[in-house]
Write a new protein. Structure first.
Ligand code: NDP
Ligand code: 8X3
Length: 250
């Protein structure tokens, strides 16, 4: 029987690439995001893979729950949940940070992940199967200057992954984290509020990961046999040694 993958934040970057790669591996898809036209384009790109599109803000718990409850029967039994939606907003020392940015990051990266997980879990626990793959970050494992709230949000993703794994053991549900380093997506444009020039500089002088590199790893994890959990992956560009240590060609 065809398996169903539910990918949040599939309208861009890592989520989109992951959805495409999972379709290539034979999964049918539930894809989510706020930008409907991007998700329509994704569905067309993976045709004839069956795709169900959900547009909601992961920060909105009621909308998230309603979207999952409203899934048509043929997409309702989720095998793999990829909690990917989120991002960074701002890069300032804590004393200059914007509390609105902090709210957006904590609400999307932490509460949003919980909202989606809470909505999907009843089906997984009832069927005693499933795999939850959370997209964390090297930022959740190492502090870097000005990373403050974004780093904290990804540290929360990391700890939630570990604790959820324990709680869900009796249900045979696997929980894992992929923590990428620098991946060139819309991430930095979002972080710098549309400043494309500043965003591009983040990736100057070295070869960052592509979204497809992360997607490859997610597909590898999602296609292991049921007794295997690739639980924790730190995925870096070859030029990156630590969160704030990137070797750039002069
Ligand atoms: P992008 O900005 O390219 O993609 C972010 C995705 O998340 C979009 O599809 C966006 O969809 C969705 N999203 C963001 N906020 C919300 C929200 N409130 N509700 C619903 N969907 C939302 O960035 P990436 O692909 O790089 O980021 C994906 C994940 O990877 C994030 O969790 C990020 O923290 C993490 N990550 C990124 C790294 C990088 O260097 N790029 C490295 C490590 C981790 P839409 O706007 O349509 O709602
Ligand atoms: C994204 C990677 O190093 O910009 O999570 O925080 S970093």
């Amino acid at each position: 029987m065809v398996k169903t993958a539910f990918v949040t934040g599939a309208s861009s970057g890592i989520g989109r690439a992951t959805a495409v790669a999972l379709a290539g591996a034979g999964f049918q898809l539930v894809v989510t995001g706020r930008r409907r036209e991007r998700l329509d384009e994704l569905a067309a790109a993976v045709a004839p893979t069956p795709v169900h599109i959900l547009t909601f803000d992961v920060r909105d718990r009621d909308a998230t729950t309603a979207a999952v409850i409203g899934l048509p029967l043929e997409f309702a039994a989720i095998d793999v949940l990829v909690n990917n939606a989120g991002g960074a907003h701002g890069l300032n020392p804590i004393q200059d940070g914007d509390p609105h940015d902090w709210d957006v990051m904590l609400d999307a990266n932490v509460r949003g992940l919980l909202n989606v997980t809470h909505a999907v879990l009843p089906g997984l626990t009832a069927r005693k199967t499933g795999f939850i793959i959370n997209i964390g970050s090297i930022a959740g494992r190492e502090a870097y200057a000005n990373g403050n709230v974004y780093c904290a949000s990804k540290a929360a993703v990391s700890m939630l992954t570990k604790t959820m794994r324990l709680d869900l053991l009796p249900f045979g549900i696997r929980v894992a984290e992929v923590a990428p380093g620098a991946v060139e997506t819309e991430f930095s444009e979002v972080r710098f509020k549309g400043d494309a020039e500043r965003a591009a500089k983040v990736y100057d002088g070295f070869e960052p990961l592509r979204a497809e590199d992360v997607a490859d790893v997610v597909v590898f994890m999602a296609t292991r046999p049921a007794h295997v959990n690739v639980a924790d992956v730190l995925l870096l560009p070859a030029a990156q040694g630590a969160a704030a240590t990137i070797f750039r060609q002069p």
